[in-house]
Write a protein that binds this ligand. Structure first.
Ligand SMILES: [Mn+2]
Length: 353
Protein backbone atom coordinates (compact mmCIF):
# COMPACT_ATOMS: atom_id res chain seq x y z
CA UNK A 1 0.00 0.00 0.00
CA UNK A 2 1.24 3.47 -0.85
CA UNK A 3 1.76 5.39 2.33
CA UNK A 4 0.86 9.00 1.76
CA UNK A 5 2.48 10.16 4.91
CA UNK A 6 1.67 13.83 4.62
CA UNK A 7 -2.02 13.10 5.23
CA UNK A 8 -1.35 10.88 8.22
CA UNK A 9 1.05 13.48 9.64
CA UNK A 10 -1.54 16.19 9.22
CA UNK A 11 -4.08 14.16 11.18
CA UNK A 12 -1.53 13.46 13.92
CA UNK A 13 -0.64 17.12 14.14
CA UNK A 14 -4.31 18.03 14.45
CA UNK A 15 -4.94 15.45 17.16
CA UNK A 16 -1.93 16.69 19.12
CA UNK A 17 -3.45 20.18 19.13
CA UNK A 18 -6.82 18.96 20.47
CA UNK A 19 -5.49 18.65 24.03
CA UNK A 20 -8.27 19.14 26.55
CA UNK A 21 -10.82 20.40 24.03
CA UNK A 22 -13.94 18.38 23.32
CA UNK A 23 -13.74 16.68 19.98
CA UNK A 24 -16.84 16.52 17.78
CA UNK A 25 -16.98 14.47 14.60
CA UNK A 26 -19.62 15.69 12.19
CA UNK A 27 -20.85 14.13 8.96
CA UNK A 28 -22.89 15.72 6.19
CA UNK A 29 -26.62 16.05 6.92
CA UNK A 30 -28.57 12.78 6.76
CA UNK A 31 -25.40 10.68 6.57
CA UNK A 32 -24.95 7.87 4.10
CA UNK A 33 -22.84 4.75 4.81
CA UNK A 34 -19.65 6.49 3.69
CA UNK A 35 -20.20 9.37 6.12
CA UNK A 36 -21.17 7.07 8.99
CA UNK A 37 -18.29 4.63 8.53
CA UNK A 38 -15.84 7.52 8.22
CA UNK A 39 -17.12 9.14 11.41
CA UNK A 40 -16.82 5.90 13.35
CA UNK A 41 -13.35 5.29 11.93
CA UNK A 42 -12.23 8.71 13.06
CA UNK A 43 -13.67 8.13 16.53
CA UNK A 44 -11.49 5.02 16.76
CA UNK A 45 -8.43 6.96 15.54
CA UNK A 46 -9.04 9.69 18.14
CA UNK A 47 -9.43 7.09 20.88
CA UNK A 48 -6.07 5.63 19.88
CA UNK A 49 -4.63 9.06 20.67
CA UNK A 50 -6.40 9.11 24.05
CA UNK A 51 -9.19 11.43 22.90
CA UNK A 52 -12.86 10.63 23.47
CA UNK A 53 -14.77 12.05 20.54
CA UNK A 54 -18.48 12.22 19.86
CA UNK A 55 -20.19 11.77 16.51
CA UNK A 56 -22.81 14.42 15.75
CA UNK A 57 -25.18 14.54 12.83
CA UNK A 58 -27.98 16.71 11.56
CA UNK A 59 -30.87 14.51 10.51
CA UNK A 60 -30.93 10.75 10.86
CA UNK A 61 -31.21 8.63 7.71
CA UNK A 62 -34.59 7.45 6.48
CA UNK A 63 -33.17 4.71 4.30
CA UNK A 64 -33.31 1.43 6.11
CA UNK A 65 -29.90 0.24 4.93
CA UNK A 66 -28.32 3.33 6.46
CA UNK A 67 -30.13 2.91 9.75
CA UNK A 68 -29.13 -0.74 9.73
CA UNK A 69 -25.50 0.33 9.49
CA UNK A 70 -25.89 2.53 12.59
CA UNK A 71 -27.41 -0.38 14.48
CA UNK A 72 -25.28 -3.25 13.21
CA UNK A 73 -21.97 -1.45 13.53
CA UNK A 74 -23.00 0.14 16.85
CA UNK A 75 -22.32 3.69 15.77
CA UNK A 76 -23.35 6.16 18.46
CA UNK A 77 -24.44 9.32 16.72
CA UNK A 78 -25.91 12.30 18.51
CA UNK A 79 -28.20 14.89 17.01
CA UNK A 80 -26.48 18.25 16.56
CA UNK A 81 -29.50 19.99 18.18
CA UNK A 82 -28.98 18.05 21.39
CA UNK A 83 -25.38 19.00 22.12
CA UNK A 84 -24.38 21.88 24.34
CA UNK A 85 -21.31 23.91 23.54
CA UNK A 86 -20.60 27.02 25.55
CA UNK A 87 -17.23 28.04 24.27
CA UNK A 88 -15.83 27.55 20.80
CA UNK A 89 -12.34 27.60 22.29
CA UNK A 90 -13.04 24.41 24.19
CA UNK A 91 -14.14 22.49 21.10
CA UNK A 92 -12.42 21.03 18.11
CA UNK A 93 -14.24 19.67 15.08
CA UNK A 94 -13.66 16.95 12.54
CA UNK A 95 -15.79 16.94 9.39
CA UNK A 96 -15.93 13.73 7.44
CA UNK A 97 -17.34 13.24 3.94
CA UNK A 98 -18.09 16.98 3.82
CA UNK A 99 -16.40 20.34 4.24
CA UNK A 100 -17.51 23.00 6.74
CA UNK A 101 -19.29 25.70 4.79
CA UNK A 102 -20.46 23.20 2.19
CA UNK A 103 -24.19 23.31 1.51
CA UNK A 104 -24.72 19.72 2.61
CA UNK A 105 -23.76 20.24 6.24
CA UNK A 106 -25.57 22.27 8.88
CA UNK A 107 -23.04 23.62 11.35
CA UNK A 108 -23.44 24.26 15.06
CA UNK A 109 -23.50 28.05 15.65
CA UNK A 110 -20.06 27.80 17.31
CA UNK A 111 -18.55 25.56 14.63
CA UNK A 112 -16.09 25.10 13.02
CA UNK A 113 -14.42 27.31 15.62
CA UNK A 114 -10.70 27.90 15.58
CA UNK A 115 -9.49 24.31 15.31
CA UNK A 116 -10.85 21.83 12.84
CA UNK A 117 -9.98 19.02 10.48
CA UNK A 118 -11.91 18.10 7.35
CA UNK A 119 -11.49 14.80 5.51
CA UNK A 120 -13.38 14.63 2.27
CA UNK A 121 -13.36 13.36 -1.28
CA UNK A 122 -15.66 15.95 -2.80
CA UNK A 123 -16.01 19.69 -2.86
CA UNK A 124 -13.33 22.28 -3.16
CA UNK A 125 -11.63 23.42 0.05
CA UNK A 126 -11.85 27.11 0.86
CA UNK A 127 -8.63 28.85 -0.23
CA UNK A 128 -8.42 30.89 2.97
CA UNK A 129 -7.89 27.67 4.95
CA UNK A 130 -4.46 27.27 3.40
CA UNK A 131 -3.16 30.19 5.42
CA UNK A 132 -5.01 29.23 8.62
CA UNK A 133 -2.66 27.15 10.82
CA UNK A 134 -5.60 25.63 12.70
CA UNK A 135 -7.62 24.57 9.68
CA UNK A 136 -6.52 21.09 8.63
CA UNK A 137 -7.88 19.79 5.35
CA UNK A 138 -7.28 16.34 3.94
CA UNK A 139 -8.96 16.35 0.54
CA UNK A 140 -8.61 13.69 -2.10
CA UNK A 141 -11.03 14.07 -5.00
CA UNK A 142 -9.57 11.00 -6.70
CA UNK A 143 -10.81 8.42 -4.22
CA UNK A 144 -14.29 6.95 -4.47
CA UNK A 145 -15.12 7.04 -0.77
CA UNK A 146 -14.08 9.03 2.28
CA UNK A 147 -14.06 5.70 4.15
CA UNK A 148 -11.10 4.74 1.97
CA UNK A 149 -9.16 7.73 3.28
CA UNK A 150 -10.03 6.75 6.86
CA UNK A 151 -9.14 3.12 6.17
CA UNK A 152 -5.73 4.25 4.93
CA UNK A 153 -5.22 6.33 8.06
CA UNK A 154 -6.08 3.37 10.28
CA UNK A 155 -3.70 1.14 8.38
CA UNK A 156 -0.89 3.71 8.28
CA UNK A 157 -1.25 4.32 12.01
CA UNK A 158 -1.38 0.55 12.61
CA UNK A 159 -4.57 0.90 14.64
CA UNK A 160 -6.43 -2.41 15.09
CA UNK A 161 -9.71 -2.46 13.16
CA UNK A 162 -12.62 -4.39 14.69
CA UNK A 163 -14.78 -6.63 12.48
CA UNK A 164 -17.63 -4.16 12.95
CA UNK A 165 -15.57 -1.20 11.78
CA UNK A 166 -14.02 -3.20 8.92
CA UNK A 167 -17.56 -4.12 7.84
CA UNK A 168 -18.71 -0.51 7.99
CA UNK A 169 -15.72 0.73 5.96
CA UNK A 170 -15.90 -1.95 3.26
CA UNK A 171 -19.68 -1.55 2.99
CA UNK A 172 -19.19 2.23 2.64
CA UNK A 173 -16.65 1.72 -0.14
CA UNK A 174 -18.87 -0.59 -2.15
CA UNK A 175 -21.96 1.60 -1.76
CA UNK A 176 -20.24 4.92 -2.45
CA UNK A 177 -18.48 3.55 -5.55
CA UNK A 178 -21.37 1.29 -6.56
CA UNK A 179 -19.21 -1.82 -6.47
CA UNK A 180 -16.17 0.03 -7.83
CA UNK A 181 -18.03 1.21 -10.93
CA UNK A 182 -18.29 4.88 -9.99
CA UNK A 183 -15.28 7.05 -9.31
CA UNK A 184 -13.33 4.21 -7.71
CA UNK A 185 -9.54 4.36 -7.53
CA UNK A 186 -6.72 1.95 -6.78
CA UNK A 187 -6.80 3.14 -3.17
CA UNK A 188 -10.44 2.12 -2.77
CA UNK A 189 -9.66 -1.36 -3.99
CA UNK A 190 -6.57 -1.64 -1.82
CA UNK A 191 -8.27 -0.59 1.40
CA UNK A 192 -11.24 -2.78 0.60
CA UNK A 193 -8.97 -5.73 -0.12
CA UNK A 194 -6.93 -5.25 3.04
CA UNK A 195 -9.89 -4.84 5.38
CA UNK A 196 -12.09 -7.44 3.70
CA UNK A 197 -10.55 -10.27 5.72
CA UNK A 198 -11.44 -8.50 8.96
CA UNK A 199 -15.11 -8.00 8.08
CA UNK A 200 -18.03 -9.82 9.59
CA UNK A 201 -19.91 -11.19 6.60
CA UNK A 202 -23.04 -11.73 8.65
CA UNK A 203 -23.22 -8.00 9.30
CA UNK A 204 -22.62 -7.24 5.60
CA UNK A 205 -25.35 -9.62 4.50
CA UNK A 206 -27.80 -8.05 6.94
CA UNK A 207 -26.91 -4.61 5.58
CA UNK A 208 -27.43 -5.72 2.00
CA UNK A 209 -30.71 -7.47 2.66
CA UNK A 210 -32.77 -5.12 4.80
CA UNK A 211 -36.54 -5.27 4.66
CA UNK A 212 -38.31 -2.20 3.33
CA UNK A 213 -41.46 -0.42 4.39
CA UNK A 214 -44.73 -0.50 2.44
CA UNK A 215 -44.47 3.21 1.83
CA UNK A 216 -41.10 2.61 0.19
CA UNK A 217 -42.75 0.44 -2.47
CA UNK A 218 -45.49 3.01 -2.89
CA UNK A 219 -42.89 5.68 -3.61
CA UNK A 220 -41.03 3.39 -6.00
CA UNK A 221 -44.32 2.84 -7.85
CA UNK A 222 -45.06 6.56 -7.95
CA UNK A 223 -41.56 7.20 -9.30
CA UNK A 224 -41.72 4.59 -12.02
CA UNK A 225 -45.06 5.72 -13.42
CA UNK A 226 -43.76 9.29 -13.51
CA UNK A 227 -40.52 8.48 -15.27
CA UNK A 228 -40.13 9.65 -18.84
CA UNK A 229 -37.47 8.87 -21.37
CA UNK A 230 -36.35 10.38 -24.62
CA UNK A 231 -33.57 8.57 -26.50
CA UNK A 232 -30.84 7.93 -23.88
CA UNK A 233 -32.18 10.43 -21.34
CA UNK A 234 -34.61 9.85 -18.46
CA UNK A 235 -36.24 12.14 -15.92
CA UNK A 236 -38.75 11.92 -13.11
CA UNK A 237 -40.57 14.29 -10.80
CA UNK A 238 -41.42 12.02 -7.89
CA UNK A 239 -43.46 14.50 -5.86
CA UNK A 240 -43.29 14.43 -2.06
CA UNK A 241 -40.41 12.47 -0.52
CA UNK A 242 -38.95 12.01 2.99
CA UNK A 243 -35.59 13.55 2.16
CA UNK A 244 -32.76 13.59 -0.32
CA UNK A 245 -32.04 9.89 -0.09
CA UNK A 246 -34.92 8.70 -2.22
CA UNK A 247 -34.40 10.87 -5.34
CA UNK A 248 -30.74 9.78 -5.26
CA UNK A 249 -31.70 6.13 -5.05
CA UNK A 250 -34.21 6.50 -7.89
CA UNK A 251 -31.74 8.33 -10.12
CA UNK A 252 -29.35 5.39 -9.66
CA UNK A 253 -32.07 2.82 -10.20
CA UNK A 254 -33.38 4.32 -13.43
CA UNK A 255 -29.85 4.75 -14.75
CA UNK A 256 -29.62 0.95 -14.66
CA UNK A 257 -32.29 0.77 -17.39
CA UNK A 258 -30.87 -0.43 -20.71
CA UNK A 259 -29.86 2.31 -23.17
CA UNK A 260 -30.33 5.04 -20.55
CA UNK A 261 -27.15 7.00 -19.93
CA UNK A 262 -28.62 10.08 -18.22
CA UNK A 263 -30.98 10.07 -15.30
CA UNK A 264 -32.50 12.99 -13.42
CA UNK A 265 -34.76 12.59 -10.37
CA UNK A 266 -36.54 15.32 -8.43
CA UNK A 267 -38.52 15.13 -5.24
CA UNK A 268 -39.49 17.60 -2.54
CA UNK A 269 -40.06 18.03 1.17
CA UNK A 270 -42.00 21.06 2.48
CA UNK A 271 -38.90 23.27 2.33
CA UNK A 272 -36.60 21.77 -0.24
CA UNK A 273 -36.68 20.49 -3.79
CA UNK A 274 -34.04 17.77 -4.11
CA UNK A 275 -32.30 17.07 -7.39
CA UNK A 276 -30.20 14.02 -8.23
CA UNK A 277 -28.37 13.65 -11.49
CA UNK A 278 -26.56 10.56 -12.76
CA UNK A 279 -24.78 9.58 -15.93
CA UNK A 280 -22.98 6.46 -17.01
CA UNK A 281 -20.81 8.45 -19.41
CA UNK A 282 -17.30 8.84 -18.01
CA UNK A 283 -16.92 12.56 -18.79
CA UNK A 284 -20.48 13.56 -18.07
CA UNK A 285 -19.62 16.56 -15.84
CA UNK A 286 -22.76 16.09 -13.76
CA UNK A 287 -21.38 18.46 -11.14
CA UNK A 288 -21.24 21.34 -13.62
CA UNK A 289 -24.55 20.49 -15.26
CA UNK A 290 -26.43 20.51 -11.97
CA UNK A 291 -25.04 23.97 -11.24
CA UNK A 292 -26.51 25.16 -14.53
CA UNK A 293 -29.86 23.56 -13.72
CA UNK A 294 -30.29 25.32 -10.38
CA UNK A 295 -28.88 28.65 -11.61
CA UNK A 296 -30.84 31.68 -10.32
CA UNK A 297 -32.43 29.67 -7.52
CA UNK A 298 -31.63 29.81 -3.84
CA UNK A 299 -29.80 26.53 -4.00
CA UNK A 300 -26.84 24.33 -3.16
CA UNK A 301 -25.56 21.77 -5.63
CA UNK A 302 -22.40 19.94 -6.53
CA UNK A 303 -20.94 16.62 -7.43
CA UNK A 304 -18.58 14.58 -9.53
CA UNK A 305 -18.43 13.55 -13.17
CA UNK A 306 -20.98 10.77 -13.01
CA UNK A 307 -23.19 11.88 -10.15
CA UNK A 308 -24.35 15.10 -8.57
CA UNK A 309 -26.98 16.28 -6.15
CA UNK A 310 -28.39 19.40 -4.64
CA UNK A 311 -31.48 21.20 -3.50
CA UNK A 312 -33.42 24.39 -4.04
CA UNK A 313 -34.85 26.10 -0.96
CA UNK A 314 -38.60 26.45 -1.38
CA UNK A 315 -40.59 29.48 -0.27
CA UNK A 316 -44.20 29.05 0.80
CA UNK A 317 -45.32 30.49 -2.52
CA UNK A 318 -43.13 28.13 -4.59
CA UNK A 319 -44.68 25.24 -6.45
CA UNK A 320 -42.10 22.42 -6.61
CA UNK A 321 -43.83 20.84 -9.58
CA UNK A 322 -43.55 23.98 -11.68
CA UNK A 323 -39.91 24.49 -10.72
CA UNK A 324 -39.20 20.84 -11.51
CA UNK A 325 -40.80 21.16 -14.95
CA UNK A 326 -38.52 24.11 -15.63
CA UNK A 327 -35.42 22.26 -14.43
CA UNK A 328 -36.33 19.28 -16.61
CA UNK A 329 -36.60 21.61 -19.63
CA UNK A 330 -33.19 23.09 -18.86
CA UNK A 331 -31.81 19.59 -18.44
CA UNK A 332 -33.14 18.33 -21.78
CA UNK A 333 -31.95 21.44 -23.59
CA UNK A 334 -28.44 20.93 -22.23
CA UNK A 335 -28.13 17.19 -22.67
CA UNK A 336 -29.77 17.01 -26.08
CA UNK A 337 -28.01 20.24 -27.16
CA UNK A 338 -31.27 21.71 -28.38
CA UNK A 339 -31.15 25.11 -30.05
CA UNK A 340 -32.80 27.95 -28.17
CA UNK A 341 -36.20 27.86 -29.88
CA UNK A 342 -36.38 24.13 -30.52
CA UNK A 343 -39.30 22.29 -29.03
CA UNK A 344 -38.65 20.28 -25.89
CA UNK A 345 -39.49 16.58 -26.34
CA UNK A 346 -42.35 15.29 -24.16
CA UNK A 347 -40.75 11.89 -23.75
CA UNK A 348 -42.47 8.57 -23.36
CA UNK A 349 -43.40 6.85 -20.11
CA UNK A 350 -40.92 4.29 -18.88
CA UNK A 351 -43.69 1.96 -17.73
CA UNK A 352 -47.41 1.82 -18.45
CA UNK A 353 -49.84 2.38 -15.61
MN1 LIG B 1 -18.72 9.88 0.19
Amino acid sequence: MTVKDSKTEKVKKFLNLVGKRRLWIQTHDIPDPDALASAEAFRVIARHFGITARIVINGFPVRRENNALIKECKIHAHSIDAIKIRSAKRSAWVFVDCLPGGGNVTLHPLAPGDLFLAIDHHGRPDDTWKTNPKAFVVADPDVGATATMLGKLLLNLKIPVSPRLASAITYAIITDTQDFSRGASKDDLEVYGTLFFQTNQKIISRLRNTTKSRSYFQTVYKSLVNTYTYRHVSWVFIGKVDGREFPAEMADFILSCERITWSLALGHTPHRLYISLRSSQPNAQCGQIIQKLVKNYNSTAGGHNQFAGGFILLDVSDNPEIISALLIKRFLRLILRLPKYAEIPMGTSLVSK
